[in-house]
Write a protein that binds this ligand. Structure first.
Ligand code: GDP
Length: 204
């Protein structure tokens, strides 16, 4: 790993604020990277693994429980924003609308937002909700990187197939970043590449 990435992720990671409404979103100046994905995609596990913490972003027993954006300051250099998971079956239409409103307003208005990490469960590949998220990100014109989670669950051949499906789903999505990463919070696979990607956003 590069010195910059090593240093950044070895630094302290502290909870700054949680925002359930647009008004509660704190004005922060540091470069920001947001994590978004379907409930149960493994977002909390990935954020914890990236920061080498156990319980930073709580690994939820109740999918969809997190309905707020949580902000963490990493190494005094960067903010990580953990966005509430979408697409949970028990989410009512009203809640889904609320989610969309909060997320879209956040994405549109966040000047310091450098990248969104869009997590897709490798076992499932891109689903309708993920495609809707891509549309929202395109519309908000926020550059996003797709990361396939739970890579440990797939054989190499299956992973190849899911990557191809994901590439095809990303065609025509103007704001998507050309690479697709694969990660596993369980084995640590792919975490260094993601740390490098994020650390590169702290400069320039
Ligand atoms: P979130 O709802 O997106 O925050 O997802 P969680 O991090 O709470 O994880 C959802 C479930 O997937 C939990 O049972 C985790 O143990 C499991 N999980 C998360 N990451 C991985 C991974 O990399 N590999 C495997 N095999 N399971 C994972």
């Amino acid at each position: 790993m590069s010195d910059a990435a090593e240093k950044l992720f070895a630094g302290p990671c502290e909870f700054v604020a949680g925002a359930a409404t647009l008004e509660a979103i704190p004005a922060l100046k540091r470069p920001e990277v947001a994590f978004v994905g379907r409930s149960n995609v493994g977002k909390s596990s990935l954020v914890n693994a990236l920061c080498r913490r156990r319980n930073l972003a709580r690994v939820s027993q109740n999918p969809g429980a997190t309905k707020q954006i949580n902000f963490f300051e990493l190494g005094g250099r960067l903010t990580l924003a953990d966005l509430p998971g979408y697409g949970f079956a028990r989410t009512s239409k009203a809640l889904a609308r609320e989610w969309q409103h909060l997320i879209f307003s956040y994405l549109r208005g966040r000047q310091n937002l450098r990248r969104v990490i869009l997590l897709i469960d490798a076992r499932r590949g891109p689903m309708d909700f993920d495609k809707q998220a891509m549309d929202i990100l395109d519309e908000a014109a926020v550059s996003y990187l797709v990361t396939l989670t739970k890579a440990d669950k797939l054989e190499a051949g299956e992973m190849h197939e899911v990557r191809a499906q994901t590439e095809s789903a990303l065609k025509g999505h103007t704001a998507s970043y050309p690479d697709i990463l694969t990660t596993s919070a369980s084995t640590g696979a792919g975490l260094e590449a993601l740390r490098e990607h994020i650390a590169a956003l702290t400069t320039g």
